[in-house]
Design a binder for this molecule. Structure first.
Ligand SMILES: [Cu+2]
Length: 375
């Protein structure tokens, strides 16, 4: 299946990159002082703090040395006074409709075979996520994240003609506190208490058909809106562990929404669970494999500006779903230490399984790349 190809491709790319890197290492020219230092951090146990250098800002990065895959948010903490800035670009491709675990064809959705005038066919979701982390104390790290989202959805109508709608804008600001409640060097765990602010727009409009021939600038259906419109709380827990040659972790985060937004609905609650392993293969290169499970509920209430009989995306009861994604990743710690520590990561994969209250667009693949700067 296509998912298999994506994962195989990602693994082949990783193997190729690792091979190139190993060849480089043998040449000896890439192994400068700084990267040697990093190598030791990788190999050492977190608490050993072995050299004078590590007594500075970098020492407590022990927790940082085998880092989580780039797509995982807030899975590590920082030592007191530590800062991090990050930027992630992610993209998800959705293609084809599903109901339950099976595919549904356009002809089964559109009249006369089905009951709708319009059906979505595919969708492209892009997100630019800006993040910051700061640790006022060793046991607490504060995080802020704000996304800029671009959405594009293709449709087909009963008369077989096609149209596309687009929306873009700043999404919901998320502020979280991470509180460590366990740490023995090899294993640590923290709780998340987060709040999502309704900074993202829920009134995005574009040209949509009101009849087969006439288009008007109208409010877009739920999946084309950028924000939730409600204040949401984000409770969670993360566990991370490592031994001398492997890192691993798991995280569960909920999104619990309250009240109703100004368009008289609230999005379904969410649960996101993930588990990963990270293998440091070189002093500057980590490979990762990750399992992701996501659940999201149906919408409560309804936006009166939308007609759920015209298109499935406007039906608040056709939003619920569950999905498993398998992702392969790599992350590179860049050798410049002067302005903090730079790390670049990529993660990609797709869903071997998804179950949707449909017809609803299914996910095909996703990729996230990111850059992190730690002080
Ligand atoms: Cu960080």
């Amino acid at each position: 299946m296509r998912t298999g190809y994506i994962i195989a491709f990602a693994l082949a790319f990783i193997a190729f990159a690792a091979n190139e890197a190993a060849a480089d290492d043998m040449g000896g020219n890439a192994a400068d002082e700084a990267s040697q230092q990093h190598h030791q951090h990788h190999e050492d146990q977190p608490q050993e703090g072995d050299s004078a250098d590590t007594a500075g800002g970098h020492s407590d990065h022990a927790h940082h040395e085998i880092l989580e895959p780039i797509g995982v948010m807030a899975a590590h903490m920082h030592p007191k006074g530590g800062f991090m800035f990050s930027y992630r670009y992610s993209r998800m491709r959705m293609d084809g409709n599903r109901d339950g675990t099976s595919k549904v064809s356009i002809d089964e959705i559109l009249m006369p075979g089905g009951s709708y005038m319009v059906s979505p066919t595919d969708m492209d979701m892009q997100m630019h996520m800006f993040g910051a982390m700061y640790a006022p104390a060793d046991w607490v790290t504060l995080t802020a994240m704000i996304p800029y989202v671009e959405l594009s959805m293709d449709h087909r109508m009963m008369n077989q003609s096609r149209f596309e709608t687009n929306s873009k804008g700043v999404g919901d600001l998320r502020l979280s506190g991470l509180f460590r409640f366990f740490d023995n060097g090899r294993h640590s765990a923290h709780l998340h208490f987060g709040l999502s602010f309704p900074t993202g727009g829920i009134g995005h409009k574009d040209q949509v058909p009101v009849t087969m021939e006439e288009f008007r600038n109208k409010r877009l259906p739920y999946p084309m809106q950028i924000g939730s419109g409600t204040w949401d709380i984000l409770p969670g827990v993360t566990y991370i562990g490592s031994n001398d040659w492997l890192g691993w972790g798991a995280q569960v985060i909920g999104t619990v929404r309250f009240g109703e937004n100004r368009h008289d609905y609230r999005l379904g609650h969410r649960a996101d669970a993930t588990a990963w392993i990270t293998l440091p293969v070189l002093d500057w290169l980590d490979l990762s494999a990750r399992f992701v499970y996501a659940y999201w509920g149906n919408i409560e209430g309804a936006d009166d500006a939308l007609n759920p009989n015209a298109v499935p995306t406007a039906d608040p009861n056709l939003r619920k779903g569950q999905r498993i994604d398998l992702l392969a990743g790599l992350s590179v710690t860049l050798p410049w230490d002067r302005f903090g520590e730079h790390r670049f990561g990529v993660e990609a994969g797709g869903p071997p399984w998804q179950k949707l209250d449909g017809p609803q667009l299914g996910s095909k693949w996703r990729v996230v790349t990111g850059w992190q700067l730690t002080f």
